[in-house]
Write a protein that binds this ligand. Structure first.
Ligand code: PDD
Length: 285
């Protein structure tokens, strides 16, 4: 079956989907989004993604949007595309109106875009060998806990990493606090425990991050949701990043300096194994 799009309920192949040039998402990045992966025919942690979507909509004053019919559309399109491993993208913007910074009055319906595409599995060599990252000043706005479509700083940082032959960039605050990667959360391992930035307004509260913390603690792996700086990162035994499309990916080099001997470590492998095991037990085929 093909990859599909739905724009305000109108289903088409992705290349034929259309949106107005007055869409506020296009003009202002005035919208929010979610990315959900499927495993064995089921959308991974769908309810958690919908809860985060509710928070994002409320944060940008689109509390009037009802999520349930949108969730039904997502499920419908996902089932219709019938892809073995799919990535469902949802974008909700503040609708179509002539360009004006003020919200359109009266508020017309939002524009709801859904796409279902094939997931390209993360390269096994990257998982086995790990990847290199750069650090990058975090120039994003002050509410990155809201999953908005305003991702220009993320795109610039990702490209800066690629230009230097690296996989990704790690956002660091002006005070040297390590936050997250451009589309993934970050964990550092030290003496058998894990450190990750707390879920405040400076990182996106990842669904994968939360699930990994929930799986790690009962296994006796201590997880500290505390801020740490670049020196701590560079001195960590292991570093890895986590996300819907990233899963658990080891970082073996930051700014040209090897992490933990320059090889993926046991905790990253263990966390990926815990996630995979949880998926197999909780997602029926
Ligand atoms: N990004 N941090 C940022 C900045 C992100 O954009 C993402 C996800 C994450 C991880 O969140 P989750 O585990 O819920 O996927 C952390 C998606 C995948 C994207 O923009 O494509």
């Amino acid at each position: 079956m093909p990859e599909l799009a739905a724009v305000n309920g109108r289903i088409s192949p992705i290349d034929e989907a259309k949106i107005s040039i007055n869409d506020r998402g296009m003009v202002f990045g005035d919208g929010v989004y979610e990315v959900i992966a499927s495993y064995r025919g089921r959308l991974f942690l769908f309810d958690e993604h919908l809860r985060r979507l509710r928070r994002s909509l409320d944060a940008i004053r689109m509390e009037y949007v009802e999520i349930e019919p949108i969730a039904e559309q997502m499920n419908y399109l996902f089932e219709r595309a019938a892809l073995p491993r799919a990535k469902v993208y949802l974008q909700i913007t503040r609708g179509t109106a002539p360009r004006d910074h003020a919200f359109p009055v009266p508020t017309r319906g939002p524009n709801v875009i859904i796409t279902v595409r094939e997931v390209h599995e993360i390269d096994q060599a990257k998982l086995d060998r790990g990847v290199a990252c750069i650090t990058h000043r975090d120039i994003r706005w002050g509410r990155v806990d809201v999953k908005t479509t305003n991702l220009l700083p993320n795109c610039l940082a990702k490209q800066a990493a690629l230009d230097r032959g690296c996989f990704d960039a790690i956002f660091v605050s002006g005070e040297g606090i390590v936050r997250e990667a451009t589309s993934a959360n970050l964990f550092a391992a030290k003496n058998g425990g894990l450190w990750t930035h707390p879920t405040d307004e400076r990182i996106l509260g990842g669904i994968t991050r939360a699930k990994l913390i929930e799986l790690a603690r009962p296994k006796g792996i201590e997880v500290r949701e505390e801020k740490f700086d670049v020196d701590f990162l560079l001195g960590a035994d292991e570093v890895f990043i986590t996300g819907t499309t990233t899963e658990v990916l080891p970082i073996i080099n930051v700014d040209g300096r090897p992490i933990g001997g320059g090889k993926p470590g046991p905790l990253a492998r263990r966390m990926l194994a815990l996630l995979t095991e949880w998926l197999l037990m909780n997602v029926d085929s």
